[in-house]
Ligand binder design. Structure first.
Ligand SMILES: O=C(O)CCC(=O)C(=O)O
Length: 261
């Protein structure tokens, strides 16, 4: 499965320009690389303009969802669409959309864990639906959003439900870059799954972001990593046979004793 990850330097507070930027990236990447799956970062429509989200957020996933559906169908490509600021019934959520090659929405997920360090509770509503796996090309996988990475229960639940790939979409700050790197490696090793992450680069008024998007194999080896500072595209082909092989060689799933913890 060939992946292309967009480590994006987004335009803070300008959803229209970000949609144009993402469309151009998809068009160019499909022409050059022809991947099976594209991955975008967290809240790429607006950036973290929390106080302005009421006027900038999408409404019921639109117009971003229709744009991603159109691009997925046109290029016959799967899109793990990062996440968008999204208004539903007057509340704003941080919503991830996954679209398959036919342009169908196969998964929606509202970020469960809001970030106290950023006062997200003042502006956003946390998701209330159970985290679940979805399938692309017959492969089970999952997506979590940024701060969710700190809660190993999510990745473990998805792994127990058969996920072989975990996508982590983020706007993770540079100041906590080591947490970003090592938590991803830990999730890959403890769950023996691929991690494919897309983080942003650049800065807003208060933060500089960490970049360092990663593609990690289920052994914990880093296949590709982005720089801290540059907008770039990470390309890698995942060998999915590695997952059952590694799960057999170090059988943590059959060694678990969940009744004791
Ligand atoms: O957990 C962190 O350090 C960063 C979290 C974050 O920035 C987010 O969830 O948007």
């Amino acid at each position: 499965m060939k992946y292309a990850v967009y480590q994006m330097n987004l335009i803070v507070g300008n959803p229209q320009e970000n949609r144009e930027k993402v469309s151009s990236w998809i068009n160019e990447t499909m022409e050059k690389e022809k991947p099976d799956v594209l991955v975008l970062p967290e809240m790429w429509n607006t950036g973290f303009t929390l106080a302005e989200l009421d006027k900038l957020a999408d409404e019921d996933n639109e117009p971003t969802q229709s744009l991603l559906q159109k691009l997925a169908k046109q290029h016959h490509v799967n899109i793990v669409g990062g996440s968008i600021a999204n208004k539903k019934e007057g509340k704003i959520y941080n919503t991830s959309l996954v679209i398959n090659r036919e342009g169908a929405v196969v998964h929606r997920y509202d970020k469960i864990h809001l970030v106290p360090m950023l006062n997200e509770h003042k502006y956003l509503t946390g998701g209330t639906n159970q985290i679940e796996t979805f399938e692309l090309e017959g492969i089970k996988m999952g997506v979590i959003i940024c701060y969710d990475l700190r809660f190993p229960e999510l990745a473990r639940k998805l792994a127990l439900e058969g996920a072989q790939i975990l996508h982590v979409v983020a706007e993770w700050p540079l100041i906590r870059k080591n947490h970003w790197k090592y938590l991803q490696l830990a999730r890959a090793i403890e769950n023996q799954m691929f991690i494919v992450s897309s983080n942003i680069t650049g800065s807003n008024d208060t933060e500089t972001f960490a970049g360092t998007s990663m593609i990690i194999d289920p052994w914990g080896d880093v296949i590709k990593v982005g720089s801290e500072v540059k907008e770039e595209t990470l390309i890698a082909t995942l060998d999915l046979d590695a997952v059952p092989k590694i799960r057999e060689s170090v059988p943590v799933f059959s060694s678990r004793v969940p009744k004791l913890y």
